[in-house]
Design a protein around this ligand. Structure first.
Ligand SMILES: C[S@@+](CC[C@H](N)C(=O)[O-])C[C@H]1O[C@@H](n2cnc3c(N)ncnc32)[C@H](O)[C@@H]1O
Length: 278
């Protein structure tokens, strides 16, 4: 089911993006997949690498979901809208702060909202996505020499790759409930923190806490009982190993670009947990 459609690449920079780990993750995947699911899609690096012909992507971040749907359905209008944006500090804060006025924000079209997200992603600090407790985007302006705001080629290629893909605004459980034997799910949730300061989970208004991690591990157990294949990524630590007993797991090394400890570009250990259907 892979490799039959256009090869897109992640068109967003996303904290926790998996591009560098894709070759390792693929080693633990089943060779035949009926339908591919990625419920914490973020930048969807594994999806773009596999280019599955039958797939569902989802996330709880509605700005992100709207952006993917717009890339899929209206790439040319999106590119035109992006051409009206420009790299300037005052303009960045003007665009960023549009979400402070709920009525004005609600009046934006889907294309305008998607263009705003892509613009903020290209020109904000480190391409981060972070919102405060009111759901307001709060990433500061980023310093770049010549940011590629429009990325026409990337949007068109991603649009091709997304043509037959279902894109949902939903929590991970809803997606997992749709899977049947023969399908494969890749879970890349916000990670269990290794320390309080490394807990980067504000991708959406509601943080992904320990209770969510427990529900995710339980969801994985239910999938295995139904003989559905999955892989889950997380931090490599005792808490995660305990949550996912008795599944098989491997320790892998990743370079992280966001880490509050300051030595953020050092390799850190991650865990891959999997169940391969028989
Ligand atoms: C680590 S990122 C995914 C990175 C992605 N795999 C990539 O390659 O870029 C985690 C994603 O989970 C989403 N998320 C957080 N809580 C969620 C939930 N309860 N259900 C579904 N998605 C959620 C966030 O909005 C974020 O996009």
């Amino acid at each position: 089911m892979t490799g039959n459609i256009a090869v897109g690449k992640p068109f967003l920079k996303w904290v926790g993006g998996k591009r560098q780990l894709v070759p390792i993750i693929k080693r633990y995947m089943p060779t035949q997949i009926r339908h591919y699911y990625e419920p914490f899609m973020g930048g969807a690096a594994l999806f773009f690498d596999l280019a599955p012909t039958s797939a569902t992507l989802s996330d709880v971040n509605d700005e992100l979901v709207n952006c993917y749907q717009t890339v899929r359905d209206a790439p040319k209008q999106l590119i035109d809208a992006l051409r009206t944006h420009y790299y300037d500090k005052d303009y960045y804060y003007h665009m960023r702060n549009l979400d402070r006025d709920r009525d004005a924000f609600a009046a934006l079209s889907c294309v305008e909202r998607a263009a705003r997200l892509l613009f903020l992603n290209r020109t904000g600090f480190n391409g981060m996505y972070r919102v405060n407790s009111k759901g307001q985007f709060n990433v500061p302006f980023g310093r770049y020499s010549n940011p590629n705001i429009v990325n026409e080629e990337g949007i068109l290629a991603a649009s091709e790759a997304l043509q037959h893909v279902t894109i949902q605004h939903s929590p991970f459980e809803l997606m997992a409930a749709q899977a049947v034997p023969g399908d494969f799910i890749y879970f890349d949730p916000p990670y269990v923190p290794l320390s309080d300061t490394s807990y980067f989970t504000s991708y959406a208004q509601d943080d992904f806490g320990y209770a969510d991690q427990v529900r995710l591990a339980e969801t994985c157990r239910q999938l295995a009982e139904k003989n559905i294949s999955f892989i889950a990524s997380n931090s490599y630590c005792d808490a995660v190993k305990e949550l996912y007993q008795p599944f098989e797991f491997a320790e892998i090394k990743a370079r992280r670009s966001i880490n509050a400890s300051g030595n953020g570009r050092q390799p850190v250990s991650e865990i891959l947990i999997w169940h391969k259907a028989q």
